[in-house]
Design a protein around this ligand. Structure first.
Ligand code: T4K
Length: 420
């Protein structure tokens, strides 16, 4: 097996010991890493098996339009998740757009603002108004109580996001949706391979949407899927991702081109075979970060529910500046200078990005938890591209910055430039 998931590569590390503030690259020291360490570095499965699959695709001259690899990918996902139907789509954004359309949503749909912009864009793209709802205090998912307060006569649906793989309160949202006759979709872009109440995510609500983008722990280069137990919805979704064609020269609905091509499906299938070893690598990384940072005041690692299945694909810190005395943004700038490209997923919240900022200039008033969270979070590199050596160095730098928080902040003086 030529499976990278089992052999994390160690990046070249400069010989400089990060034992004093003076050694931090932001103050002129050498960067800790020669190469940039990315959040979302793709995991790559067994190359020999992948090349064989791609060879077969080329030999068969069947490259897309529901070919055998896409069909096999769909079956594998439906089996893994325990749903009746999986429709592979070219990416999760288009999958969301199609699910929204196939479910007949219109008017207003309630979504969290604390998500990747694609969740909101998938609605606005179809001239449906995303109504931004707050998340819970210590949980990055929709607050059902707030959801209920935001329902109007124009509301047709709710989209919950299982952010960083943490399941929404699917029971409460399901109950609200059925009481108000609303459709319920979950954006499960981060939650493939995760469970809620012992049941795999994918089978909740009317439909769920996965992402298999390069940065997801199982990738198909670009890719997504709609999963559902609803036969009629599955049929409409499948037709809509192929222009609405029901027969040669005949369409029954409006459709688009959302098809997954065969090379993407071949990559997806191959990476699925490494899924468990990728999760193990993610788990090892998460545990190591957790141990190294556990004693650091003001630095909290967002934890995973140990009784559920988790993919551990996001390692997220919450920074409490009143304790660290160094802000999240200063910490990010310090890490970037060391070539550790930590990310503020999902700062600043959709409501503070265009076009939504202009459409709803006062949305923030109803989103205190979203704004609080967006100011604190920092995602760190993980996945099979890094291992213990990198994590030790990353944690040493965070420890150095936080234990010298006041001095570091004074020196940075609020004027930070972030390089990518
Ligand atoms: N819903 C939610 C909740 C989502 O998070 C997403 C996507 C979607 C829906 C839509 O799914 P897709 O339509 O993409 O299937 C990245 C990903 O592009 C995006 O898929 C993901 N969420 C989001 C959380 O992260 P950016 O804008 O941060 O991407 P970018 O180019 O800055 O890349 C992220 C990091 O990964 C960088 O540090 C570079 C590194 N990278 C990236 C690629 C593509 C690599 O090392 N190699 C690569 O090939 O959005």
């Amino acid at each position: 097996m030529n499976d990278v998931a089992t052999k994390a590569k160690t990046k070249p590390v400069t010989s400089v010991e990060k034992d004093s503030v003076e050694n931090l690259a932001i103050f002129g020291g050498l960067p800790a890493f020669v190469e940039k360490l990315h959040v979302g570095r793709p995991n790559i499965g067994d190359r020999d098996r992948l090349m064989k699959r791609i060879g077969n695709v080329l030999d068969s001259r069947w490259l897309t339009n529901g070919g055998p690899c896409a069909q096999e990918f769909e079956h594998r996902i439906a089996d893994l998740v325990g749903v009746k139907h999986c429709i592979a789509i070219c990416n999760a954004t288009v999958a969301l757009e199609i699910a929204i359309r196939a479910l007949g949503l219109s008017g207003e749909v309630i979504v969290p603002s604390f998500t990747f912009i694609a969740t909101a864009h998938a609605l606005q793209w179809q001239e449906i108004t995303p109504v931004f709802c707050d998340v819970k205090r210590n949980d990055p998912t929709l607050d059902p109580e707030r959801v209920e307060q935001m329902i109007t006569p124009r509301t047709t649906g709710i989209i919950g996001v299982h952010l960083w793989g943490h399941a929404c309160d699917v029971e409460a949202l399901g109950e609200i949706a059925s009481r108000h006759n609303l459709r319920l979709i979950f954006d499960s872009a981060h939650a493939f391979g995760c469970s809620h109440g012992g049941r795999m995510i994918g089978g909740f609500g009317d439909a769920e949407v996965f992402s298999f983008h390069a940065t997801k722990f199982v990738n198909s280069l670009e890719g997504g899927a709609v999963v559902t137990n609803d036969d009629e919805l599955a049929k409409r979704t499948r037709l809509m991702q192929n222009f609405g064609f029901t027969h040669y020269d005949q369409t029954d609905y409006i459709g688009t081109n959302g098809k997954m091509n065969e090379v993407s499906a071949a990559v997806g299938l191959t990476n699925l075979e490494s899924m468990e070893s990728i999760i193990s690598a993610n788990y090892r990384n998460y545990e190591e970060y957790s141990q190294e940072l556990s004693e650091l005041p003001g630095v909290e690692l967002v934890s995973y529910e140990p009784t559920e299945r988790n993919n551990y694909q996001y390692v997220v810190l919450k920074i409490d500046e009143t304790k660290t005395r160094v802000s999240r943004d200063h910490l990010m700038a310090i890490l970037h200078a060391e070539n550790i490209l930590a990310r503020r997923y999902f700062y600043p919240g959709c409501h503070r990005m265009e076009p939504y900022r202009s459409y709803f200039p006062h949305a923030g008033l109803l989103l205190p938890e979203t704004e609080r969270l967006a100011e604190r979070v920092l995602s760190l590199p993980t996945g099979t591209a890094i291992g213990s050596a990198e994590i030790q160095t990353i944690c040493r730098i965070i420890q150095l910055a936080v234990t010298n928080g006041i001095e570091v902040s004074k020196r940075l003086n609020g004027d930070v430039s972030i390089s990518e």
